[in-house]
Design a protein around this ligand. Structure first.
Ligand code: BTN
Length: 254
């Protein structure tokens, strides 16, 4: 892989490329614990212990793109859900810019095409850093996914009918991520929420959300200023859900 002339300020000053790994998030965590600088990226061609949100497996066969970025933002932990949101915006800009496919976002972290998942994000806080893991079904043959997932996942190659350049996608993604990280650090959160909202297929639809305090059903109305989903329930009241909570959306449910 050769990413030429990466135009970034913080992200990707060091990029570690590996063939197969357990989980790039775990590798990035180890590096962060050893004092690795902010912006370092670990990229793998496949993972054998890829992890998704809510302790799910992230099936990571060859053909996909799996990466983790080390961030060290000086910001209140309560604003961390916005890291997932700006990362989704970077991912969506990248997919749409490169492939012209009509991709959208599903709260809090999925990139979807025609209701099928093509990418996801797993942000994990460690002592001195936040690890942002991004998985993309890039040139993945759909036959490599378990049958149980067939109706729920797609890949860029399948949707485009042709391979998509991994190097080009990675370059655009890291550059968009770098730009949006700057927006985040400058606390221009409204810009992130506004772009995320206009790309989101969840807003305006009925959702069912499982939280520690029970199930919430209602219309996903908008995002709050910390990135929380505001759900209008049948009694007219708004309930807020943060991305760390278990979420099941009725449409295209996983
Ligand atoms: C989700 O949608 O549930 C999140 C999926 C995140 C997958 C990525 S792939 C790179 C990084 N390493 C992991 O083990 N997980 C994330």
């Amino acid at each position: 892989m050769g990413i030429s002339a990466l135009k970034t300020k913080i992200i990707g000053k060091r990029i570690l490329l590996v063939e197969e790994v357990g989980s790039t998030n775990d590798e990035a965590k180890k590096l962060a614990a050893r004092g690795e600088s902010e912006g370092t990226v670990v990229v793998a061609s496949s993972q054998n212990r890829g992890r998704g949100r809510l302790d799910r497996r992230w099936i990571s066969p060859p053909g996909g793109l799996y990466l983790s970025v080390i961030l060290k933002p000086y910001i209140s932990p309560s604003m961390r859900p916005l890291i997932t949101l700006f990362t989704s915006v970077a991912l969506l800009r990248t997919i749409k810019g490169l492939t012209k496919l009509p991709a959208t976002l599903k709260w809090p972290n999925d990139a979807v095409i025609a209701g099928k998942k093509v990418g996801g994000i797993l942000c994990e806080g460690v002592k001195n850093a936040v690890i942002v893991g991004i998985g993309i079904n890039l040139n993945t043959n759909l036959g490599l996914f378990p049958k149980s997932l067939k109706k729920q996942v797609t890949s860029l190659k399948f949707e485009c009918g042709a391979e998509v350049s991994r190097d080009k996608l990675l370059k655009i993604l890291l550059e968009e991520f770098d730009k949006l990280y700057k927006v985040f650090l400058e606390r221009r959160f409204g810009e992130i929420i506004s772009e995320w909202s206009s790309s989101c297929s969840t807003l305006g639809s009925m959702v069912r959300v499982e939280t520690a305090k029970g199930e919430i059903k209602g219309i996903a109305e908008s995002l709050g200023n910390k990135g929380e989903l505001r759900v209008r329930c049948s009694d007219g009241k708004i309930k807020k859900v943060i991305s760390a909570e278990a979420v099941k959306l009725n449409e295209g449910e996983e």
